[in-house]
Design a protein around this ligand. Structure first.
Ligand code: F3S
Length: 645
């Protein structure tokens, strides 16, 4: 019998249902959750509709860090709603300016050996402290808060063994980019990345956070580090050593795959547009001349990240063609930078200091010019991510970014100065602890008396009744293969600003695919959607299921479903039925009426017969769901299920 990995140890200690065999569904308990001012709204709306007496999690936090500037009253409505809902239901609320959710969570809440669900894809950042931290949708996170645990497929575990030590001028970001070069953006799919080896001991917690953060770019479920003496010292410096436990893999731990990276062999790397795994050395792309450089984001905004950038910039001026912005990861980091004079050095060099928030990482400010070139320390460089479709974004370490800001072209810092000046850039030995920008549950004396303030931009979540035993509904749209959740409900700030205002948001359903969709579905009481292969692929956007439900869609027929979208359809009480004979897809059309008799009995059997009376046609479909999902579907979706419990 082989020993256990860190991942297996944590999953085992949280197992509620199932067996930990790769590919098997398990249910695990959830200790902590996080959400923010875009995704946390959904979790808050779920809490509102369920009205729980008490949350099951030890810590749940809503962070205001994405849309902090509140440039419209819609944004301000969202913030007020999130704050008052947090106060009402026992959730910590982090005020704008306190910092970026993942960064702050590492500082103040993450605990080795625990499981966290976060409504954001970069939730894995807290894996830096040995906590299994998984990103998901707002409804799934709310279920975790309400004691429903988290259902997942037992992952594979990929071991990245680090040996050696980084040379000055080479950073944790370069390890993350090297891992991407080896594994690509698909290499971690279905797996958790576990970082081990002697090299781990040489990395600080913020450096580990950079790597854990970018596990998601590898396609992995999450990434995790051991909890060792370095973790202890970090938690002690944050006055949280009481929550520390040692957590190491067994010496003979079994892994599905092991990759070795010798830190001493690495050199400064850069990800080229438009994928994080298009990796070159900084020297190979030294002819690239950006217009802007951004140092910040949940990937690279620690004290030592910004200190290193300032040491490189000190005594130099930012190049005339470059706009350099720096956003510290948290108020704690900012205060240390001010106290140690680092901020003054940055300002003197010509850097602009932004508030402690996501900012340019999601195109909130500093959007590159048309066809602009940006160097950023963030984690993604997909087209449009920066707020400009035509911009080209290169991802790099703070050291490479700072050197580039001086020379005006992508620069390996070792080519312009003695990288030895970076040797002594460690984190503070003790941090200044000031949690006054959190509103803690204990700060609210009578939570039940708190009025949740819903501005005009906040609506209730739509609800539906229990699954009907006889469905009669008309097909409103027939789609081809590979329809994405973006096709169903597109992104973009002009649309996403209504994310909490369901009636308004719903008006954009399928708006780029079929502009008559909304008018037509509004005329129908009950509807079905017909999809092809891989229906609902792409981002996990749960509104792609919620909005059709809002309009009365009861069934989606498809040749196959993307995994997360199928989960979302179930969560919103829509039957995901797969054609048993794919040719039946060709026999049915828009405006056909479909009848399903004895729905409840048929659902139990997993085979559902559908009639199309107008065509004298009958065809068979499969309902492939777990017993738990079946219960949820019969109740009319997860919201009903939770309310009825
Ligand atoms: Fe924020 Fe960008 Fe991270 S949007 S949470 S800084 S990936």
């Amino acid at each position: 019998m082989m020993g256990l990995s860190i991942t297996s140890k944590i999953l085992k200690s949280h197992l509620i249902e199932g067996n930990l065999y790769p590919g098997e569904q398990v249910l695990v308990s959830v200790d902590q959750t996080l959400g923010h001012d875009l995704t946390g709204i959904m979790a808050a709306q779920v809490l509102e509709s369920v009205q729980p007496e008490k949350l099951s999690t030890e810590v749940s936090v809503f962070y205001c860090d994405h849309n902090t500037l509140a440039v419209s009253s819609e944004n301000a409505d969202d913030h007020m709603y999130l704050k008052t809902a947090a106060e009402r239901y026992g959730v910590y609320f982090s005020k704008p300016g306190n910092g970026i959710c993942h960064f702050l969570h590492c500082q103040r809440f993450a605990k080795p050996g625990k499981i966290m669900l976060g409504a954001d894809s970069h939730t894995p950042t807290s894996g830096a402290l040995g906590m299994l931290s998984i990103g998901s949708g707002g409804l799934t996170v709310a279920k975790g808060m309400l004691g429903e645990g988290f259902r997942m497929t037992t992952p594979k575990v990929i071991n990245i063994r680090l040996t050696g030590r980084l040379n000055p001028g080479v950073a944790a970001k370069d390890i993350a980019l090297e891992a991407l070069r080896i594994l690509t953006v698909k290499g971690g799919i279905g797996a958790i990345i576990e970082y081990t080896g002697e090299g781990v001991k040489t990395l600080s917690v913020p450096e580990r956070a950079t790597l854990a953060n970018m596990s998601i770019e590898l396609g992995a479920t999450t990434g995790i580090f051991p909890s060792d003496e370095v973790t202890y010292e970090y938690m002690k410096a944050q006055e949280r050593e009481d929550s520390w436990i040692e957590l190491l893999p067994d010496e003979d731990a079994a892994y599905d795959r092991t990759i070795e990276i010798d830190l001493g062999e690495l050199e400064p790397l850069v990800a080229r547009p438009h994928m994080p795994d298009l990796v070159s050395t900084a020297r190979e792309v030294s002819s690239v001349r950006p217009n802007s450089v951004f140092i910040g984001s949940c990937t690279n905004a620690s004290y030592s990240d910004i200190l290193k950038a300032s040491k490189i910039l000190k005594g130099h001026k930012v190049h005339k063609d470059i706009d350099l912005t720096v956003a510290p990861g948290s108020k704690q980091v900012l205060e240390h930078l001010i106290k140690d004079g680092v901020l003054a050095d940055l300002v003197e060099s010509g850097a602009r200091i932004l508030e402690c928030a996501c900012g340019p990482c999601i195109g909130i400010g500093q959007v590159p010019c048309a066809n602009g070139i940006a160097v950023r320390t963030s984690n993604r460089n997909f087209p449009g991510r920066s707020g400009s479709q035509s911009a080209s974004v290169y991802l790099a370490s703070p050291e490479t970014a700072a050197a580039t800001a001086i020379t005006g072209h992508i620069t390996d810092v070792r080519d312009m100065m003695d990288a030895g000046i970076l040797a002594d850039c460690s984190e503070p030995v003790t941090y200044k602890i000031d949690d006054s920008s959190f509103i803690r549950p204990e700060d609210v004396s009578n939570p039940k008396d708190v009025k949740v303030i819903k501005g005009e931009n906040i609506s209730d979540l739509p609800m539906r009744g229990a699954l009907r035993d006889r469905i009669e509904a008309v097909s409103v749209i027939k789609l081809g293969d590979n329809i994405t959740t973006d096709d169903i409900i597109p992104g973009g700030s002009s649309i996403l600003q209504f994310i909490a205002n369901i009636p308004k948001f719903a008006e954009f359903t399928f708006c780029y695919t079929d502009e008559t969709f909304v008018d037509r579905i509004k005329k129908l009481k009950n509807s079905v959607i017909i999809g092809g292969e891989n229906y609902g692929q792409g981002s996990s956007r749960e509104h792609a299921a919620m909005l059709p439900m809002y309009f009365g869609t009861e069934v989606v027929f498809a040749k196959s479903f993307a995994r997360i979208h199928k989960e979302n359809l179930i969560n919103y009480g829509i039957l995901p039925l797969v054609f048993k004979d794919k040719e039946d897809y060709d026999r049915i059309d828009m405006n056909d009426t479909f009848v399903i008799e004895n729905v409840l009995l048929q659902a139990d059997s997993g085979e559902v017969t559908v009639k199309v009376p107008g065509k004298g046609l009958e065809f068979k479909t499969a309902l492939e769901v777990s017993p738990y999902d079946l219960k949820v579907l019969k109740e009319g979706g997860a919201l009903n299920y939770l309310r009825n419990k």
